[in-house]
Write a protein that binds this ligand. Structure first.
Ligand SMILES: [Zn+2]
Length: 287
């Protein structure tokens, strides 16, 4: 008889992350909504972050919030509240431009500006960075140099899957050092049929039945014996957000599908697994 030693092991704490941006800032809308229009659109990020904070408080969970500099500049009180409630503040860059659409200098300027702004708002060092649309990969290996030069200790900018907008299907699935002193912490995937399948949130979490996500995350914890990196956005808990017209059927499907199911699903997710801040899950000896 074989003994499943994983049953006796302590439950693994996974990393829960939220990319703090508003509904009109998602990359899939970039061709439809000009950056100059952002200031004129009704913001919903504050109320949506409050909804998430209630969910997290109800479960006693702390998380990492990758905050967009643009949001932090306009709503510093939201960022301060997140920090005051014990969550980790990390950076999603300033202007939500894909790294692949920038020169190295532009990219470095954007991520350094966001880091300084977030540190000024909270008074705490910011250690983590996540690129918009997971836009770091084979096409821009210089990006990791920039992330290290800006002073970050970890990045969570790779999704090791095949996807039409992003993804590096052959990238390592788990935490690895990409530069001396800089860890890359990829979003969770499950290995099946010689391929990596998305298991770390985003549209897939709304598209697939909850049981599929639970199965995949359990597999990562119980078979791979690794913590999973999971992410979602404030606009995903907001079924009443203004609808953007003039977008493709595919984009509409991906953005608006099952928004009304997100809150109860997240509540189950928080119950079914152990969750924590990225720095406490992955940076040994961190606060
Ligand atoms: Zn984003």
């Amino acid at each position: 008889m074989t003994v499943d030693r994983t049953d006796a092991a302590a439950p693994i704490v996974n990393a829960l992350t939220i990319d703090v941006e508003d509904y009109f800032q998602v990359s899939a809308f970039a061709a439809r909504i000009a950056r100059d229009d952002w200031d004129r659109l009704p913001c919903r990020v504050e109320r949506n972050v409050c909804t998430i904070l209630e969910l997290l408080a109800g479960a006693g969970t702390k998380a990492t919030f990758f905050c967009l500099g643009w949001v932090a500049e306009r709503y510093p009180g939201v960022v301060r509240r997140l920090a005051d409630e014990g969550h980790e503040i990390a950076s999603h860059g300033f202007a939500h431009q894909r790294a692949t659409d920038q020169t190295p200098d532009e990219f470095l300027t954007d991520i350094a500006r966001a880091k300084k702004l977030l540190e000024d708002v909270t008074g705490n060092p910011v250690q983590g960075y996540r690129a918009p649309s997971f836009s770091v990969g084979e096409r821009n290996p210089w990006a990791f140099d920039c992330i290290a030069r800006a002073g970050y200790r970890y990045s969570s900018s790779l999704y090791p899957i095949r996807h039409d907008h992003y993804g590096v299907p052959d990238a390592p699935r788990f935490a690895h050092e990409v530069k001396p002193g800089l860890l890359e912490l990829p979003v969770a995937t499950v290995r099946m049929l010689s391929a990596n399948w998305p298991a770390g949130g985003g549209g897939y979490f709304r598209l697939l039945p909850y049981g599929v996500s639970r199965w995949a995350l359990r597999r990562i914890n119980n078979v791979d014996r690794r913590p999973a990196m999971f992410y979602f956005h404030p606009w995903e808990v907001d079924p009443d957000q203004p609808r953007i017209d003039g977008i493709s059927a595919k984009t509409r499907f991906r953005h608006y599908l099952n928004l009304d199911r997100m809150r109860p699903r997240l509540a189950r997710l928080l119950c079914d697994f152990q969750w924590g801040r990225v720095d406490r899950v992955f940076l040994h000896g961190a606060a």
